[in-house]
Design a protein around this ligand. Sequence first.
Ligand code: NAD
Length: 274
Amino acid sequence: MEAVLAACRAAVDRPGRVVVLTGAGVSAESGIPTFRGKDGYWTVGAREYHPQELATHAAFETMPWEVWAWYLYRRGVCRQAEPNAGHRALVELGTAMPDRFALVTQNVDGLHRRAGNADRHVLAIHGDISQMRCADECVPDRWPIPEAVPALGKREPVSDAAKAVLVCGKCGGMARPHVLWFDESYDEPRYHFETVRAIAQDACLVVVAGTSAQTNLPWQVVTLGKRAGATIVDINIEDNPFGEIAEGSGGVIRGPAAAALTATVKSIVDHVRG
Ligand code: NAD
Protein backbone atom coordinates (compact mmCIF):
# COMPACT_ATOMS: atom_id res chain seq x y z
CA MET A 1 0.00 0.00 0.00
CA GLU A 2 2.88 2.41 0.72
CA ALA A 3 3.78 2.65 -2.99
CA VAL A 4 0.19 3.69 -3.80
CA LEU A 5 0.18 6.31 -1.03
CA ALA A 6 3.50 7.66 -2.32
CA ALA A 7 2.00 7.92 -5.83
CA CYS A 8 -0.94 9.89 -4.39
CA ARG A 9 1.38 12.29 -2.56
CA ALA A 10 3.43 12.84 -5.74
CA ALA A 11 0.26 13.44 -7.75
CA VAL A 12 -1.08 16.16 -5.44
CA ASP A 13 2.25 18.01 -5.74
CA ARG A 14 1.24 18.67 -9.36
CA PRO A 15 -1.42 21.27 -10.15
CA GLY A 16 -4.93 20.04 -10.79
CA ARG A 17 -8.04 18.59 -9.21
CA VAL A 18 -8.05 15.81 -6.66
CA VAL A 19 -10.97 13.65 -7.75
CA VAL A 20 -12.47 10.76 -5.80
CA LEU A 21 -14.98 8.57 -7.67
CA THR A 22 -17.13 6.43 -5.37
CA GLY A 23 -19.49 3.52 -6.01
CA ALA A 24 -21.75 1.22 -4.03
CA GLY A 25 -18.76 -0.55 -2.42
CA VAL A 26 -18.03 2.57 -0.34
CA SER A 27 -21.45 2.30 1.33
CA ALA A 28 -21.34 -1.51 1.67
CA GLU A 29 -19.66 -1.14 5.07
CA SER A 30 -22.57 1.09 6.13
CA GLY A 31 -24.90 -1.86 5.47
CA ILE A 32 -26.27 -0.76 2.08
CA PRO A 33 -26.14 -3.69 -0.37
CA THR A 34 -24.40 -3.24 -3.71
CA PHE A 35 -26.25 -4.27 -6.85
CA ARG A 36 -24.33 -7.52 -6.94
CA GLY A 37 -24.87 -10.50 -4.70
CA LYS A 38 -28.15 -11.92 -3.37
CA ASP A 39 -29.20 -8.75 -1.50
CA GLY A 40 -29.36 -6.84 -4.79
CA TYR A 41 -32.21 -8.96 -6.19
CA TRP A 42 -35.89 -8.05 -5.84
CA THR A 43 -38.97 -10.24 -6.20
CA VAL A 44 -42.13 -9.08 -7.96
CA GLY A 45 -44.89 -11.69 -7.91
CA ALA A 46 -43.25 -15.03 -8.68
CA ARG A 47 -40.26 -13.50 -10.49
CA GLU A 48 -36.88 -12.43 -9.19
CA TYR A 49 -35.43 -9.35 -10.90
CA HIS A 50 -31.85 -8.23 -11.17
CA PRO A 51 -31.40 -4.49 -10.45
CA GLN A 52 -30.27 -3.94 -14.04
CA GLU A 53 -33.77 -5.03 -15.16
CA LEU A 54 -35.66 -3.07 -12.50
CA ALA A 55 -33.67 0.17 -12.46
CA THR A 56 -34.92 0.99 -15.94
CA HIS A 57 -37.42 3.32 -17.53
CA ALA A 58 -38.85 0.28 -19.31
CA ALA A 59 -39.67 -1.41 -15.98
CA PHE A 60 -41.19 1.82 -14.61
CA GLU A 61 -43.45 2.09 -17.69
CA THR A 62 -44.80 -1.42 -17.28
CA MET A 63 -44.98 -1.72 -13.45
CA PRO A 64 -44.47 1.73 -11.89
CA TRP A 65 -45.73 0.90 -8.39
CA GLU A 66 -43.60 -2.24 -8.15
CA VAL A 67 -40.56 -0.14 -9.11
CA TRP A 68 -41.61 2.53 -6.59
CA ALA A 69 -41.96 -0.19 -3.90
CA TRP A 70 -38.36 -1.27 -4.54
CA TYR A 71 -37.13 2.33 -4.29
CA LEU A 72 -39.12 3.05 -1.13
CA TYR A 73 -37.67 -0.09 0.46
CA ARG A 74 -34.13 0.97 -0.54
CA ARG A 75 -34.75 4.58 0.59
CA GLY A 76 -35.59 3.13 4.03
CA VAL A 77 -32.34 1.11 4.06
CA CYS A 78 -30.35 4.24 3.13
CA ARG A 79 -32.04 6.34 5.84
CA GLN A 80 -31.20 3.74 8.48
CA ALA A 81 -27.55 3.61 7.42
CA GLU A 82 -24.81 5.77 8.93
CA PRO A 83 -21.72 7.14 7.15
CA ASN A 84 -18.62 5.01 7.75
CA ALA A 85 -14.94 5.89 8.17
CA GLY A 86 -14.48 6.09 4.40
CA HIS A 87 -17.18 8.76 4.06
CA ARG A 88 -15.69 10.66 7.01
CA ALA A 89 -12.18 10.54 5.53
CA LEU A 90 -13.45 12.23 2.36
CA VAL A 91 -14.88 15.07 4.47
CA GLU A 92 -11.35 15.64 5.79
CA LEU A 93 -9.97 15.68 2.26
CA GLY A 94 -12.52 18.30 1.25
CA THR A 95 -11.62 20.40 4.28
CA ALA A 96 -7.89 20.16 3.55
CA MET A 97 -8.20 20.92 -0.18
CA PRO A 98 -11.40 22.95 -0.53
CA ASP A 99 -10.54 24.45 -3.92
CA ARG A 100 -9.12 21.30 -5.53
CA PHE A 101 -11.33 18.49 -4.23
CA ALA A 102 -14.22 16.94 -6.19
CA LEU A 103 -16.26 13.93 -5.10
CA VAL A 104 -18.02 12.21 -8.00
CA THR A 105 -20.41 9.62 -6.63
CA GLN A 106 -22.60 6.98 -8.22
CA ASN A 107 -24.25 6.46 -4.87
CA VAL A 108 -27.80 7.67 -4.42
CA ASP A 109 -27.82 7.14 -0.65
CA GLY A 110 -26.85 10.69 0.43
CA LEU A 111 -24.19 9.41 2.86
CA HIS A 112 -21.43 11.68 1.54
CA ARG A 113 -23.53 14.77 2.32
CA ARG A 114 -24.72 13.33 5.64
CA ALA A 115 -21.09 12.69 6.61
CA GLY A 116 -20.49 16.41 6.15
CA ASN A 117 -19.09 16.91 2.65
CA ALA A 118 -19.90 20.36 1.28
CA ASP A 119 -22.63 20.43 -1.38
CA ARG A 120 -20.24 22.10 -3.83
CA HIS A 121 -17.84 19.14 -3.59
CA VAL A 122 -20.41 16.37 -4.19
CA LEU A 123 -21.47 15.54 -7.75
CA ALA A 124 -24.19 12.89 -7.49
CA ILE A 125 -24.11 11.56 -11.05
CA HIS A 126 -26.83 8.94 -10.56
CA GLY A 127 -29.28 11.08 -8.59
CA ASP A 128 -30.61 10.91 -5.04
CA ILE A 129 -32.93 8.22 -3.69
CA SER A 130 -34.56 10.69 -1.27
CA GLN A 131 -35.87 12.85 -4.15
CA MET A 132 -38.51 12.56 -6.87
CA ARG A 133 -39.38 14.42 -10.04
CA CYS A 134 -42.15 14.49 -12.67
CA ALA A 135 -42.33 11.16 -14.53
CA ASP A 136 -43.29 13.12 -17.68
CA GLU A 137 -40.43 15.60 -17.10
CA CYS A 138 -42.89 18.54 -17.36
CA VAL A 139 -40.38 20.58 -15.33
CA PRO A 140 -36.79 19.78 -14.37
CA ASP A 141 -37.52 20.48 -10.68
CA ARG A 142 -37.17 17.81 -8.05
CA TRP A 143 -38.67 17.48 -4.61
CA PRO A 144 -37.94 15.49 -1.48
CA ILE A 145 -40.11 12.37 -1.31
CA PRO A 146 -42.73 13.47 1.25
CA GLU A 147 -42.06 12.45 4.86
CA ALA A 148 -45.58 10.98 4.90
CA VAL A 149 -44.39 8.24 2.54
CA PRO A 150 -43.18 5.40 4.77
CA ALA A 151 -40.25 3.08 4.20
CA LEU A 152 -41.58 -0.22 2.91
CA GLY A 153 -40.63 -3.74 3.89
CA LYS A 154 -39.76 -6.35 1.28
CA ARG A 155 -42.88 -7.41 -0.69
CA GLU A 156 -44.90 -4.55 0.87
CA PRO A 157 -46.96 -2.68 -1.75
CA VAL A 158 -47.21 1.10 -2.06
CA SER A 159 -50.34 2.24 -0.22
CA ASP A 160 -53.04 4.38 -1.85
CA ALA A 161 -52.15 7.19 0.61
CA ALA A 162 -48.54 7.12 -0.57
CA LYS A 163 -49.57 6.97 -4.24
CA ALA A 164 -51.63 10.11 -3.68
CA VAL A 165 -48.54 12.14 -2.71
CA LEU A 166 -46.00 10.58 -5.09
CA VAL A 167 -47.04 13.14 -7.69
CA CYS A 168 -45.38 15.96 -9.61
CA GLY A 169 -45.53 19.26 -7.72
CA LYS A 170 -46.29 21.08 -10.99
CA CYS A 171 -48.68 19.02 -13.16
CA GLY A 172 -50.00 16.57 -10.54
CA GLY A 173 -49.09 13.54 -12.71
CA MET A 174 -47.14 10.58 -11.40
CA ALA A 175 -43.70 11.26 -9.93
CA ARG A 176 -40.66 9.03 -10.36
CA PRO A 177 -37.53 8.50 -8.27
CA HIS A 178 -34.77 11.02 -9.08
CA VAL A 179 -32.23 8.43 -10.20
CA LEU A 180 -30.53 7.63 -13.48
CA TRP A 181 -31.82 4.34 -14.84
CA PHE A 182 -29.74 1.90 -16.87
CA ASP A 183 -31.64 2.65 -20.10
CA GLU A 184 -31.32 6.45 -19.72
CA SER A 185 -28.57 8.93 -20.61
CA TYR A 186 -26.54 11.35 -18.54
CA ASP A 187 -27.17 15.08 -18.89
CA GLU A 188 -25.88 18.23 -17.25
CA PRO A 189 -28.97 19.61 -15.46
CA ARG A 190 -29.80 16.43 -13.59
CA TYR A 191 -26.54 14.47 -13.50
CA HIS A 192 -23.67 17.00 -13.94
CA PHE A 193 -22.39 15.36 -17.14
CA GLU A 194 -20.36 18.27 -18.58
CA THR A 195 -19.14 19.51 -15.20
CA VAL A 196 -17.77 16.08 -14.31
CA ARG A 197 -16.05 15.65 -17.68
CA ALA A 198 -14.37 19.05 -17.28
CA ILE A 199 -13.21 18.20 -13.76
CA ALA A 200 -11.75 14.88 -14.97
CA GLN A 201 -9.81 16.68 -17.70
CA ASP A 202 -8.26 18.91 -15.04
CA ALA A 203 -7.33 16.11 -12.61
CA CYS A 204 -3.90 15.36 -11.17
CA LEU A 205 -5.23 12.39 -9.19
CA VAL A 206 -8.29 10.16 -9.58
CA VAL A 207 -8.97 7.76 -6.70
CA VAL A 208 -11.67 5.22 -7.63
CA ALA A 209 -13.30 3.41 -4.72
CA GLY A 210 -15.88 0.60 -4.63
CA THR A 211 -17.17 0.56 -8.16
CA SER A 212 -17.27 -2.16 -10.79
CA ALA A 213 -16.85 0.08 -13.86
CA GLN A 214 -20.21 -0.81 -15.45
CA THR A 215 -21.44 2.70 -16.23
CA ASN A 216 -20.41 5.28 -18.79
CA LEU A 217 -19.60 8.53 -16.99
CA PRO A 218 -17.38 6.87 -14.33
CA TRP A 219 -15.50 5.22 -17.17
CA GLN A 220 -15.06 8.66 -18.79
CA VAL A 221 -13.82 10.15 -15.50
CA VAL A 222 -10.99 7.62 -15.39
CA THR A 223 -10.08 7.62 -19.08
CA LEU A 224 -10.27 11.43 -19.48
CA GLY A 225 -8.28 11.86 -16.27
CA LYS A 226 -5.63 9.42 -17.45
CA ARG A 227 -5.38 11.16 -20.84
CA ALA A 228 -4.90 14.47 -18.99
CA GLY A 229 -1.96 12.96 -17.10
CA ALA A 230 -3.69 12.17 -13.80
CA THR A 231 -2.46 9.38 -11.55
CA ILE A 232 -5.16 6.69 -11.25
CA VAL A 233 -5.62 4.62 -8.08
CA ASP A 234 -8.20 1.86 -7.58
CA ILE A 235 -9.59 0.75 -4.20
CA ASN A 236 -11.80 -2.34 -4.31
CA ILE A 237 -12.11 -5.73 -2.69
CA GLU A 238 -12.12 -7.31 -6.18
CA ASP A 239 -10.26 -6.96 -9.45
CA ASN A 240 -12.16 -4.83 -11.96
CA PRO A 241 -11.45 -2.89 -15.18
CA PHE A 242 -10.44 0.27 -13.27
CA GLY A 243 -7.86 -1.83 -11.47
CA GLU A 244 -6.25 -2.72 -14.80
CA ILE A 245 -5.88 0.98 -15.64
CA ALA A 246 -4.61 1.79 -12.14
CA GLU A 247 -2.02 -1.02 -12.31
CA GLY A 248 -0.21 0.94 -15.00
CA SER A 249 -0.55 4.19 -13.04
CA GLY A 250 -0.74 4.85 -9.27
CA GLY A 251 -1.58 1.27 -8.33
CA VAL A 252 -4.36 -0.66 -6.60
CA ILE A 253 -5.37 -1.25 -3.00
CA ARG A 254 -7.25 -4.56 -2.72
CA GLY A 255 -9.24 -4.23 0.48
CA PRO A 256 -12.34 -2.65 2.06
CA ALA A 257 -12.88 1.00 1.15
CA ALA A 258 -13.30 2.41 4.68
CA ALA A 259 -9.78 1.53 5.82
CA ALA A 260 -8.17 2.18 2.42
CA LEU A 261 -9.77 5.64 2.04
CA THR A 262 -8.80 6.51 5.62
CA ALA A 263 -5.15 5.63 4.94
CA THR A 264 -5.11 7.36 1.54
CA VAL A 265 -6.64 10.58 2.84
CA LYS A 266 -4.38 10.68 5.91
CA SER A 267 -1.32 10.32 3.71
CA ILE A 268 -2.44 13.13 1.37
CA VAL A 269 -3.63 15.47 4.12
CA ASP A 270 -0.49 15.04 6.24
CA HIS A 271 1.57 15.70 3.11
CA VAL A 272 -0.23 18.89 2.00
CA ARG A 273 -0.33 20.28 5.54
CA GLY A 274 3.42 19.60 5.86
P1 NAD B 1 -21.84 -2.39 -8.11
O1 NAD B 1 -22.83 -2.97 -7.16
O2 NAD B 1 -21.92 -2.74 -9.53
O3 NAD B 1 -20.36 -2.74 -7.64
C1 NAD B 1 -19.92 -2.54 -6.35
C2 NAD B 1 -18.40 -2.64 -6.31
O4 NAD B 1 -17.98 -2.42 -4.97
C3 NAD B 1 -17.82 -3.98 -6.75
O5 NAD B 1 -16.73 -3.76 -7.63
C4 NAD B 1 -17.34 -4.62 -5.44
O6 NAD B 1 -16.21 -5.45 -5.62
C5 NAD B 1 -17.00 -3.39 -4.63
N1 NAD B 1 -17.08 -3.54 -3.18
C6 NAD B 1 -18.01 -4.16 -2.44
N2 NAD B 1 -17.77 -4.01 -1.13
C7 NAD B 1 -16.67 -3.24 -1.02
C8 NAD B 1 -15.93 -2.70 0.06
N3 NAD B 1 -16.28 -2.90 1.34
N4 NAD B 1 -14.84 -1.94 -0.21
C9 NAD B 1 -14.46 -1.71 -1.50
N5 NAD B 1 -15.12 -2.18 -2.56
C10 NAD B 1 -16.21 -2.94 -2.34
O7 NAD B 1 -21.96 -0.84 -7.86
P2 NAD B 1 -21.52 0.43 -8.66
O8 NAD B 1 -20.42 0.08 -9.61
O9 NAD B 1 -21.30 1.51 -7.72
O10 NAD B 1 -22.77 0.89 -9.56
C11 NAD B 1 -23.94 0.30 -9.89
C12 NAD B 1 -25.12 1.25 -9.73
O11 NAD B 1 -25.75 0.92 -8.54
C13 NAD B 1 -24.85 2.70 -9.62
O12 NAD B 1 -25.58 3.29 -10.62
C14 NAD B 1 -25.41 3.18 -8.29
O13 NAD B 1 -26.14 4.32 -8.50
C15 NAD B 1 -26.29 2.06 -7.86
N6 NAD B 1 -26.26 1.69 -6.44
C16 NAD B 1 -26.11 2.63 -5.46
C17 NAD B 1 -26.07 2.25 -4.12
C18 NAD B 1 -25.89 3.31 -3.05
O14 NAD B 1 -26.28 4.44 -3.26
N7 NAD B 1 -25.30 2.96 -1.91
C19 NAD B 1 -26.17 0.89 -3.79
C20 NAD B 1 -26.34 -0.04 -4.80
C21 NAD B 1 -26.38 0.37 -6.12
